[in-house]
Every structure is written in C-alpha cells, then in structure tokens.
Design a protein. Structure first.
Length: 251
C-alpha cells in the first residue's frame, strides 16, 4: 500500500516536471497593415485611404477568421473613390493562410456599376507550385491573381484610369497583407503544475500511512509501547523458568 502510493507520487512528479508545449498559430498584424496604408482614419477608425497611380482608393480593416487547420482566412474590402458625382467601385480580396503562415489560396472580385468580375481561385499550396519557398509561392499567387483579373477586365473594355488600375491596387493590398502575416512563434514552454500536486516526501508518506492504519485510542489512556528486549548473544530471549519436582526422601 505504501509502496504503490509512493510510486504514484513519484510518477506524478516526474510528469509534472516535464516541459509542456503549446503550438502557436499565425497572426495578422493590423497595426502594421494600417501603417503601410498610411494609417487608419481617425474618423472612421476602420479604413485607410491612399493613392495608387494617381487614383484614390480606400481599404477597410480586414475580417480575420481562424480555420480548422490552424491557419486563418482574411477578407478585405477595397473601394475605388471616383469623386462626388460618380458611384464608387468596389472590390474584395480573400486570402487563406495555413498554420505555418504560408499562402494556400487567393481570390478577388471587382464590381463596376452592375458588372462583376471574379478571378479564378489561385492555389498556393506547395503541391501545386512544387517545392518553392513561402516567399516565392506568395509572389506566384499574387502575379497569377492580378493577371487573371487584368485579362477579364480588359475584355470588359474598361478605359477609366482608376478602373484600369484596380488590379494594381489589389496587388498592392495583396503584398501588404502578406507582409503583415506573422508566422507562428516558437513553441512556448508551459510551466509545471503547482507544488500542490508534487510528490510527498517519503517520511511524511510513511507517517501518514502509519497513522491511517493505527487503531484509534478510545479508552482515554496514553499507550506506551513495551520496551524492546534484545539478546546480545544472538540466542534469543531465555525461556521462562519452570520448577523441577523433587522426589520424596531427597533433600
């Protein structure tokens, strides 16, 4: 009983002393994203306005959703500001990042006053692009995405500079979003459990076991253990003396 309890405490202490590991997930640095766009507007607090090739655009703070694989999905809205007397154009950019911060897929849509242009879904997995590095895969996905949008926009016979340059604005947003992705940190060590679950000292365990198995004293008198008799000659304690009977007539 004592040994089994002691062994259990020792195993528990050994397990608690081992370092635990927690896998981190990639993140999107929204502060960095706002700085690259010139800062989030103080009035709205959720958008940034900037100029690309002489045309005005506005990017809204993206929505980030974690994925079941450990990465995240990000969608961002981009407006082409055409002035007070014209309706603005709108676009969306949707990116999916894996658990290591690598790009998995990208897609974009441009809406021009009732006309909607949607790009193909560009895959960025290593199985599609081969053994290219993460940066090379990001560059390849961005180039394919812009090329697909530009080709479809050209078929719509769009001539307004701000609309023609919309794919370039999307590519600008794409690169800034990729730069704002923070790869997962190195696995962080989890501190061991509190001392309350550490193994008990051997002496305390034996004393507690003895106290638990000892019968309680109910007569109210203090019990004193009998003195221990030790035979220094190693022959054991002498047998009790027995009187020898004497025959009649003998002294």
């Amino acid at each position: 009983m004592k040994r089994s309890r002691l062994l259990k405490n020792v195993i528990l202490a050994a397990c608690c002393s081992l370092p635990g590991w927690v896998s981190a997930a990639p993140e999107l640095d929204l502060d960095f994203l706002g700085e690259k766009f010139g800062g989030w507007e103080s009035k709205r607090g959720a958008a940034a306005q900037y100029t690309v090739s002489g045309s005005e655009y506005r990017t809204w703070k993206p929505h980030v959703t974690p994925t079941v694989e450990g990465g995240f999905f990000v969608s961002v809205r981009i407006d082409h500001l055409r002035g007070l007397l014209a309706s603005n154009d709108h676009a969306s950019l949707e990116l999916t990042f894996g658990k290591d911060g690598e790009i998995l897929s990208a897609r974009s849509t441009i809406a021009l006053q009732g006309r909607k242009i949607t790009s193909d879904v560009v895959k960025g997995a290593s199985s599609v692009i081969g053994t290219a590095s993460t940066a090379d895969r990001m560059m390849k996905v961005g180039s394919d995405l812009v090329a697909d949008l530009a080709a479809k926009l050209l078929r719509e016979k769009v001539s307004e500079p701000g609309r023609v340059g919309f794919p370039a604005a999307l590519q600008h947003n794409y690169h800034v979003l990729c730069l704002a992705v923070r790869a997962p940190k190195q696995d962080a060590e989890v501190p061991p459990l509190s001392a309350e679950v550490q193994a008990e000292p051997v002496g305390e365990t034996e004393e507690r076991s003895t106290a638990e198995t000892e019968e309680p004293n109910t007569d109210g008198n203090e019990r004193v253990a009998p003195p221990l008799q030790i035979d220094v000659q190693g022959k054991g304690a002498p047998p009790p003396s027995v009187p020898i009977p004497v025959p009649p007539g003998q002294p």
